[in-house]
Design a protein. Structure first.
Lengths: 66, 225
């Protein structure tokens, strides 16, 4: 994966993070919630998961609860 | 007026000489203000405050207080010796993306646990959970190595509400093995084989038509410390 694509993914994940609104069922955004939402966009052709986020994404994404 | 004899007088004189000698030799302190203050302090101690006013006791209390402060603020955490059950939660798969019809294998990595519970969070359905058996180390040995069996599961489970099964240790409790599958947790426990095999594996299969997100955790339980 080249740097440009990596940054695209991070931008998409940050967009999900910023758009998250807590609910009673989901009081905080978790890594599971982040990747689930990203998969729902149909853009996750590389099938990245939580470990990829921890290794490649900046804060606050990399420290989301697992 | 009383009259003393010569002998008594000599004795008194001798005692006075001894007192004088003791004072001049530093063996006896004169009852000055400092001595009186100490005597007063002793009187107070003996009046009921001895248990808390004693210097050695106060020093010990101060030392304990200091140690407690360090434990509470985390400077020197207290060592805890477990004498009962121990529980540990490990994440085996962290929000992996499983393609439609695909699967993800995970190593359970048992050590000396008495029980291992598998917790599945997955956002697509249907799905199933398989595992390795005692005689087949591949992760698709069957689905009856867990109880309750999770095959054709039509529910999704978020991270807060995982689907939980007990790992039975590698006996495939199926009719194909000549066994009657258990119908309760009590029955299933009777088939448990522990300690678990070191190469125990699980496999999560996404039978939906979409990419699934899945997290697998295990709860390891040791009944005695």
């Amino acid at each position: 994966m080249d740097e440009q694509r990596k940054q695209q993914i991070i931008n998409a994940l940050m967009g999900i993070y910023n758009a998250f609104v807590p609910t009673e069922d989901e009081p905080e955004l978790t890594m599971f919630g982040l990747i689930s939402r990203y998969n729902s966009t149909g853009q996750n052709v590389e099938l990245v998961g939580g470990d990829w986020v921890i290794q490649n994404a900046p804060e606050p994404l990399k420290s989301l609860p697992i | 007026m009383s009259i003393i004899t010569n002998r008594e007088l000599r004795d008194l004189w001798a005692d006075a000489a001894k007192i004088k000698e003791a004072i001049s030799g530093g063996k006896v302190a004169v009852a000055d203000a400092a001595v009186l203050a100490k005597l007063e302090a002793m009187r107070v101690l003996l009046a009921g405050t001895l248990s808390t006013a004693d210097a050695a006791v106060l020093a010990k209390l101060a030392d304990l207080e200091s140690k407690l402060d360090m434990i509470l603020n985390g400077t020197t955490p207290a060592t805890v010796k477990l004498t009962g059950s121990k529980v540990q939660v490990d994440t085996l798969l962290n929000s992996v993306s499983i393609p439609a019809g695909g699967n993800q294998v995970f190593n359970i990595n048992p050590t000396s646990e008495d029980e291992i519970w598998v917790l599945i969070s997955i956002d697509k359905q249907p799905w199933l959970l398989a595992g390795s058996s005692l005689i087949y180390s591949s992760s698709d040995g069957g689905t009856n190595m867990f109880y309750p069996v999770r095959t054709g599961v039509s529910t999704t489970h978020n991270i807060y509400n995982p689907c939980v099964s007990l790992c039975l240790g590698g006996l495939n409790l199926a009719t194909s093995w000549g066994l009657t599958p258990p119908t309760s947790m009590t029955e299933a426990r009777q088939y448990m084989i522990t300690p678990y095999q070191a190469d125990l594996k699980g496999r999560l299969v996404n039978n939906s038509s979409e990419v699934a997100t899945a997290t697998v955790k295990v709860v390891r339980v040791w009944k005695k410390g």
